[in-house]
Ligand binder design. Structure first.
Ligand SMILES: Cc1ncc(COP(=O)(O)O)c(C=O)c1O
Length: 512
């Protein structure tokens, strides 16, 4: 299966690079600014806006700074490896988008500028909204949410406001989801005070319609679900599900994080959903690596528009205006309008792909996933979740290394760690709760070449073989990286963790 693939040697650079603050030398400078041309010019800055104490910055020369960051970049695999990180739909982030969003016209905007000076940006937001409406059938999108989980939270707030306006919030206190929906759905619902009903999977790989009917009642406030689910299994009865929930007076929310496999094939509104969420930092080609920055684009039907967070974008006589949200709205879920550079990148992706390109990308992602499925099935120690299912998996598939672990003692974490020794990014295992032992979930997507996918499969096959031949080698991986296994103890201890230099100084350098 993997004869034609030559695995490359990979060795991360080891620099023992110190924390930048410790490279500081008093008086050393990268840039020496000229004195103010007009004496006293700086005193024009109001006293209240001036710092009382100079910021604690490292004092370094420019070459020192460049060398430091070069070393750091060499110590990581970076995001240009092959990243088949399932449920996250990793895509290439076009460099031209970075160049455009770094231009002053975007980077120097301030959200408090008068909207008359923001017309170009507002037009892009409006056009992106129109494109997402076309893809979902919804009537209106807002981009304020800072990610997928935030958009789910936005939805539970809208759900509260909607039922409160109808005088039903006291009685409608249950939200239904499924065990393989993303945990942010039950988590945000619980945060907003709802009780959660989680439907388990049945033999067909998803919860049955009968189970849903048994759960639905006059207490149902909403259904929150992603489909395909976290394992790539698509529930074909979804339109029927929506009918059942709506007949009982509940709202239906489609968490469209796994949109890649169904883009242009289905539209949430056509299936009857009241609201949906797209992740611009997954499906729409905006960067996801490093955990953000992100945008959860939230779309809804006309009936829910009064509850949206303001400010809302309107178009009057050709001009775009920012109007405060309505009195019935939920208020803000984050500051201002959301992350404009991410919206511009997503807009560029939609326009560059076009309707045909988006439909083709969806087909390719399903094809690539099923191509992988055939190949992975031949690897000793790997099994597919729900192997009896005959329906095609969509854009990703959940696999298990249970057999490998039983036969060699090597776990999915060990395999994940060893794969990076061959220069591919670590795979995603599964969201909690794990219902498949030793899970892993690759997602091939539409952008990786066949050579990349074959390379990734060859690496997995090699590591599984190593597990049988030399399990200790895999259990102690990674070996070719600057850092091997982290001692996660300090990460669990608030007295030790430090994400800023100030916290580090206080917790580790100040005598207690
Ligand atoms: C189905 C699904 N919904 C929601 C989320 C949460 O999105 P975010 O990480 O942007 O908050 C994820 C993240 O992987 C997801 O897979």
């Amino acid at each position: 299966m993997t004869e034609s693939v030559t695995l490359r040697r990979y060795q991360g650079a080891v620099w023992d690079e110190p924390v930048v603050m410790t490279l500081s030398r008093p008086g050393r400078r990268g840039v020496v600014f000229p004195a103010p041309r007009v004496p006293g010019e700086l005193s024009a800055i109001p006293t209240a806006m001036r710092r009382a104490v100079a910021p604690e910055l490292p004092e370094m020369s420019e070459p020192d700074v460049l060398r430091h960051y070069l070393h750091l970049s060499q110590q990581t695999l970076g995001m240009m490896g092959i990243s088949l990180f399932g449920t996250c739909t990793m895509k290439y982030n076009a460099r031209v988008n970075e160049a455009i969003t770094a231009r002053d016209e975007v980077a120097q905007l301030h959200p408090r500028q008068p909207d008359t000076t923001l017309q170009g940006s507002l037009q892009i937001m409006h056009d992106l909204d129109l494109n997402l409406r076309a893809l979902s059938g919804m009537d209106r999108f807002v981009f304020q949410a800072a990610g997928g989980a935030d958009a789910a939270f936005l939805h539970v707030c809208v759900t509260r406001a909607y039922h409160a306006a109808r005088g039903e919030l006291e009685t409608r206190d249950e939200i239904i989801t499924s065990i393989q929906s993303h945990p942010c759905n039950p988590a945000t619902a619980a945060t907003a005070g709802f009780k959660i009903i989680t439907l388990p999977l049945e033999a067909n790989g998803y919860p049955s319609l009968e189970a849903l009917k048994a759960a639905v009642s006059p207490r149902t406030a909403a259904l929150m679900i992603n489909n395909p689910d976290d394992m790539g299994i698509y529930n074909p009865d979804i339109a029927e599900w929506v009918k059942v929930v709506k007949a009982a007076g509940g709202l239906c929310f489609y968490d469209h994080a796994n949109f890649n496999g169904v883009m242009s094939k289905i539209r949430a509104r056509d299936l009857g959903f009241d609201a949906c969420m797209f992740m611009l930092h997954k499906t729409f080609g905006a960067p996801k690596g490093g955990g953000g920055p992100a945008v959860g684009a939230y779309g809804c039907s006309e009936a829910l528009v009064p509850y949206l967070p303001g400010p809302l974008l309107t178009q009057e006589e050709g001009a775009f205006r920012l109007q405060p949200g309505s009195d019935s709205g939920i208020g803000r879920v984050r500051e201002f309008l959301g992350n404009l550079p991410q919206m511009i990148k997503a807009y560029a992706w939609v326009r560059a792909m076009g309707a045909d390109g988006i439909a083709e990308a969806s087909d390719l992602s399903v094809l690539a996933n099923n191509y992988m499925g055939r190949k992975l099935a031949q690897i000793r120690g790997v099994t597919c979740s729900h192997p009896h299912l005959t329906a095609w998996r969509l854009e990703m598939t959940r696999y298990s290394l249970e057999v490998l672990e039983r036969e060699t003692g090597v776990s999915a974490y060990d395999v994940q760690n060893r794969m990076v020794d061959y220069g591919v990014d670590a795979f995603w295992l599964a969201h909690e709760p794990w219902i498949i032992p030793q899970p892993f979930t690759p997602e091939a997507g539409e952008m990786w070449s066949k050579e990349d996918i074959d390379y990734w499969i060859a690496v997995l096959a090699k590591v599984c073989q190593e597990a049988y031949d030399d399990p200790q080698l895999v259990r102690t991986a990674p070996h070719n990286h600057v850092i091997g296994r982290l001692n996660s103890g300090p990460l669990e201890d608030p007295a030790q963790w430090a994400t800023t230099w100030r916290a580090y100084t206080r917790k580790h350098l100040t005598p207690q």
